[in-house]
Design a protein around this ligand. Structure first.
Ligand SMILES: [Zn+2]
Length: 316
């Protein structure tokens, strides 16, 4: 073979090899873009939830790292009481300093319980060094004014509000928790229970992977917080016909989602599957997580739950 033919052959072999490599590269399955974005249905769910309830969600393109800094918190006319995990913002006067100390105490008391319940507690170090801000309102007007300053919205009837923001790249920020003036030790809106309920919302939101999970239920959000706080929302209204309800869909009346979820998680604990169901539920629907862990269909779990609720209703 003369030199010229050798070079032609070498060129052909090289070209074939390059073609194979390029074909492989260009035909590889591209990662689905949708997996990197929050589905519109998820945004719609959380926006609707924000309209109905006291946990507020916002979706933005990005949050500047500086916005996580507590120096940028709304703090006008507040005194601060803080530690490495929290900043309690309270008004001077009356019983407020004592209330602030109790709030800080309960918030820290909740940490190990949240860690055990959810599998992890999101400390400031896990939330871009952001300490969780808790605001104490001293009147109805004050509650409304603080809430609007933090997130532009308030809910008159709420004992507490929790404001969350989620970005397209998966960053999460809790702007703060606001407690109403009547949230006090020993009052119907018991301070410890409301702190535990709102912090459950905060931590649940931190646990959830909104980039993966694509089906949510109102009873999941409210029931979990009520179950963790063991609060008054577990009471099933007298006269409720349980046969009208199913865990496979949210109730027509939002307030029913509290007791529905409370007893759904109560049943999960009874069968020893609560923590495994929760771990799965951070990235997938409860409608998948429950049957997998309970070892039965969702319809069968629904039947067990209705029987469980009837027993609860009869013993209230
Ligand atoms: Zn709640």
């Amino acid at each position: 073979m003369d030199n010229r033919r050798k070079w032609i052959l070498l060129g052909l072999v090289s070209f074939s090899f390059l073609s194979i490599v390029l074909t492989f590269i260009f035909n590889r399955e591209a990662p689905p873009v949708s997996a990197l974005e929050i589905p519109q249905s998820t945004k719609d769910f959380f926006r609707k939830l924000s309209d109905l309830g006291h946990v507020k969600f916002d979706f933005v393109d990005s949050i500047d790292i500086g916005d996580f800094n507590n120096d940028n918190d709304y703090s006008s006319d507040f005194t601060e009481l803080g530690d490495e995990n929290f900043i309690v913002y309270y008004r001077n006067g009356g019983n407020e300093e004592k209330r602030a100390k109790q709030t800080l105490h309960y918030a820290n008391e909740a940490i190990p319980e949240l860690a055990a319940f959810f599998g992890k507690y999101y400390y400031a170090k896990d939330a871009k060094k952001r300490k969780l801000p808790i605001y104490l309102a001293v009147s109805e007007d004050d509650f409304s004014a603080i809430s609007k300053k933090i997130c532009g919205k308030s809910v008159e009837w709420a004992a507490g509000l929790t404001y969350n923001t989620y970005t397209t790249n998966g960053d999460k920020m809790c702007m703060g928790i606001v407690l109403n003036y009547n949230v006090q030790d020993g009052e119907p809106n018991d301070l410890k229970k409301v702190v535990f309920h709102e912090m459950a919302h905060y931590n649940h939101f931190q646990c959830m992977d909104l980039l993966k999970k694509n089906k949510y239920l109102n009873w999941e959000v409210e029931g979990l917080a009520s179950f963790f706080a063991n609060d008054w929302n577990k009471t099933i209204p007298t006269g409720t016909d349980i046969t009208d309800y199913s865990l496979q869909k949210d109730p027509a009346n939002y307030v029913d989602s509290y007791w529905m979820g409370y007893h759904a998680f109560g049943l999960a604990r009874e069968i020893g599957q609560l923590s495994d169901i929760l771990q799965k539920s951070y990235s997938e629907s409860l409608m998948e997580a429950i049957p997998q862990q309970a070892g039965c269909s969702m319809s069968a779990y629904d039947n067990q739950w209705r029987a469980h609720c009837k027993r609860v209703l009869n013993s209230q």
